[in-house]
Design a protein around this ligand. Sequence first.
Ligand SMILES: N[C@@H](CCC(=O)N[C@@H](CS)C(=O)NCC(=O)O)C(=O)O
Ligand SMILES: [Zn+2]
Ligand SMILES: [Zn+2]
Length: 187
Amino acid sequence: MAFSLHPVIDNGITKGAADFTGGTIYCHCPSDKVAVTLKSNVVHNHACGCSKCWKPKGALFAIIGVLPRDAVSVTANGSKLHVLDPEATIQRNACKECGVHLFGRIEKDHAFKGLDFVHVELSDVKGWQEPQFAAFVSSIIEQGFDPKDIDQVRGKFKSLGLETYDVLSPPLMDMLAAFTAKQAGLL
Ligand SMILES: N[C@@H](CCC(=O)N[C@@H](CS)C(=O)NCC(=O)O)C(=O)O
Ligand SMILES: [Zn+2]
Ligand SMILES: [Zn+2]
């Protein structure tokens, strides 16, 4: 079957630049775009199949990375931003007009607090860290993807050199688990 994982990786992965220092991301509005300036590269860049992350039209996955929240600033048309779900762990700041998510932020006590989540494909410059793995792969089935074709999705990621997981990668799961243990006073 024909499908698009995400336009940025469908035809192969382009490595980022080692000395890259960031750029500005923009929403999809034709004018008065929301602009958010990122003062560093991202890390843990990955594909996410969950239902909450913003995906370009026709793509099965979002691509999302993190950077320190201090490196993130809204530089134009911030009045168009709203938080989609204030109760969610990740507060996704989206453009009210075009629906694009500009940044996700964690305000509650959490292992990833202090890191913002961004889609660097919204930038017009190259050099961002390339995707490292695929997360929440089985979540695309919850959104209507036929489970009989899921091995083709996993196979396509493998052919691109990306490992697939149904939650997050082991290092990130370890960080979450260690945080839980510390809160319980066990570490
Ligand atoms: N299977 C669920 C998974 C949702 C989920 O847990 N998403 C992850 C990856 S972005 C998460 O950390 N969510 C926290 C949040 O959205 O606040 C779905 O597809 O909706
Ligand atoms: Zn917009
Ligand atoms: Zn997600």
